[in-house]
Write a protein that binds this ligand. Structure first.
Ligand code: ADP
Ligand code: MG
Length: 476
């Protein structure tokens, strides 16, 4: 692999160990950090965020393809969020059997019933991809999913490129170090949050990060927070319980938490059922959604990011609904889709079941969950689908072609883990940021990228789930 790690490195353990030490110190000096899980309660104990020793080669064309389609994905998500009929139809089967999605959908309906008060819509998302190579060497980009809720690790990604450039220089590869593109999603995310705050139009109002209090990834959020403070915007951090206790709406539906008016609610928690520890948490979510505060994301944009919606988008003619008379955009977006199949009741769903049971290794079975570790692979597909194949419960899932990337070799650096050469699979995500006011797109940008890599023995799981590590694309 000419573009991968040079042989002399993989053969030379002394050199690799030296480089690993340099890399870890570089991470510590530049604030590429996570809090130690074991000390979340008390001490300020940090360690470097997990990362690859070397950046991973990525074909230039794929990198720019994904970057360029991002603003269209922003538009698409935003349009879906405004299309209540589409959401209703797409999610009908899912909400019949999946309680979590059903609860979110109920909030969405309540918001529609009340009438949408806030015309400012803020979206911060991340579209993730893998890429495959066919027999004649042609590579193609495939979207894994788009995260419209709490797309994280933008701040860590901002530091990653500097660390990898440094390592390549120390390893005597100056030319290669210049092939890592500048990246600063944290600043782009903060700028968009700041713009939404400004448009809200109340100087004394704050930006509220809706968080989980003890989060080992808090520093990733802090960097975005600090950017806002630099612009003299007050940021508060609250969890669902805080909002349930001290949150209220005034007669104009302005949201106050702890007597502070909230201009923007930035959700960094609330995408998993277990994030809602009580009914009060659900009530707090509903109150925020019904308020005048700008929500990132609002409930309908949250729903637009479900895996079921992703599957429906892949059906013939559906993209055209959102991009009428724009065949080039339709083509550009569709080119990134992997095969996606319905499990709704009926002949088409039956066909999907038969196909999955016959060749489970070709697919991934996905429930409507986020955060890594929920998807089902291989023989487990037969087991899970075997149980639900004739009942409506199967509609809680979608089926997707398993993307088969070419493995690379790298060293994964994670505190307490031995350094060894691993076969790795990589994913590249692009951060989208947009603001719409009424009918006008005020901002629509791609604000950076995030690369993550995991050992190929794991089929699932992200950085926070402790499986994947951060990485950088080395363009060739
Ligand atoms: P989550 O919302 O839980 O993060 P994802 O759909 O992003 O769920 O999947 C989690 C991980 O599983 C991905 O980061 C990727 O490593 C792997 N994965 C998901 N879909 C596919 C697929 N179609 N082919 C191969 N791997 C996949
Ligand atoms: Mg996800």
């Amino acid at each position: 692999m000419a573009e991968g790690i040079r042989k002399e490195f993989t053969m030379n353990t002394v050199l690799i160990n030296e480089l690993a030490e340099v890399a870890k110190d570089s991470a510590l000096t530049c604030g590429f950090l996570v809090k130690s899980k074991e000390s979340l309660n008390s001490l300020q104990v940090v360690t470097y965020a997990p990362f690859t020793l070397f950046p991973t080669p990525v074909p230039k064309a794929l990198f720019f393809q994904a970057m360029e389609v991002q603003t269209h994905y922003n538009t698409l998500v935003d349009k879906i969020s405004q299309d209540a009929d589409f959401l209703q139809e797409a999610l009908a089967g899912t909400i019949a059997v999946d309680d979590f999605t059903a609860r979110l959908f109920k909030i969405h309906q309540q918001v529609l019933k009340n009438g949408i008060l806030q015309s400012i819509v803020l979206g911060l998302n991340r579209s993730d991809y893998m890429w495959e190579q066919n027999d004649d060497g042609h590579t193609s980009l495939k979207q894994i999913e788009i995260n419209t809720f709490s797309a994280s690790s933008g701040s860590l990604a901002s530091r990653m490129s500097d660390i990898h450039r440094h390592i390549l220089k120390v390893a005597g590869q100056l030319e290669k170090s210049q092939r890592i593109i500048d990246n600063n999603p944290a600043v782009g995310l903060a700028k968009t949050l700041a713009k939404a705050w400004e448009l809200y139009g109340s100087k004394q109002a704050v930006v509220m990060f809706l968080v989980e209090k003890k989060d080992s990834n808090i520093l990733d959020q802090r960097v975005v927070e600090n950017e806002l403070w630099k612009g003299n915007i007050v940021v508060i951090r609250k969890d669902f319980e805080d909002v349930a206790e001290s949150g209220k709406l005034d007669e104009d539906k302005r949201l106050f938490v702890d007597h502070q008016e909230v201009a923007v609610v930035y959700f960094r928690n609330g995408y998993m059922p277990q994030n809602y520890k009580s009914e009060k948490a659900w009530e707090a979510r509903l109150m925020m959604e019904c308020s005048l505060a700008v929500k990132c994301p609002n409930i309908s944009t949250h729903l637009a990011g479900t895996k079921k919606v992703q599957q429906v988008l892949a059906k013939t003619g559906v993209l055209e609904r959102f991009f009428p008379n724009q065949p080039q955009i339709v083509e550009q977006v569709r080119a990134t889709f992997a095969g996606l199949y319905t499990l709704d009741m009926g002949a088409e769903g039956d066909k999907t079941v038969a196909m999955a049971l016959a060749t489970p290794d070709r697919f991934v079975l996905k429930p409507q969950r986020e955060g890594g570790g929920n998807n089902i692979y291989g023989q487990d597909i037969c087991e899970v689908l075997g149980k639900v194949k004739n009942s409506p419960e199967r509609m809680a899932y979608i089926l997707m072609d398993k993307i088969q990337p070419v493995p690379t070799q790298n060293y994964l650096l994670r505190r307490g883990k031995p350094l060894k050469l691993s076969h790795c699979l990589s994913e590249l995500g692009f951060f989208g940021a947009y603001i719409r006011r009424g009918k006008d797109m005020v901002m629509n940008d791609c604000v950076g990228y995030l690369m993550k890599t995991k050992s190929s023995e794991h089929s699932d799981g992200g950085i926070i789930a402790g499986v994947a590590v951060l990485d950088s694309p080395l363009l060739f």
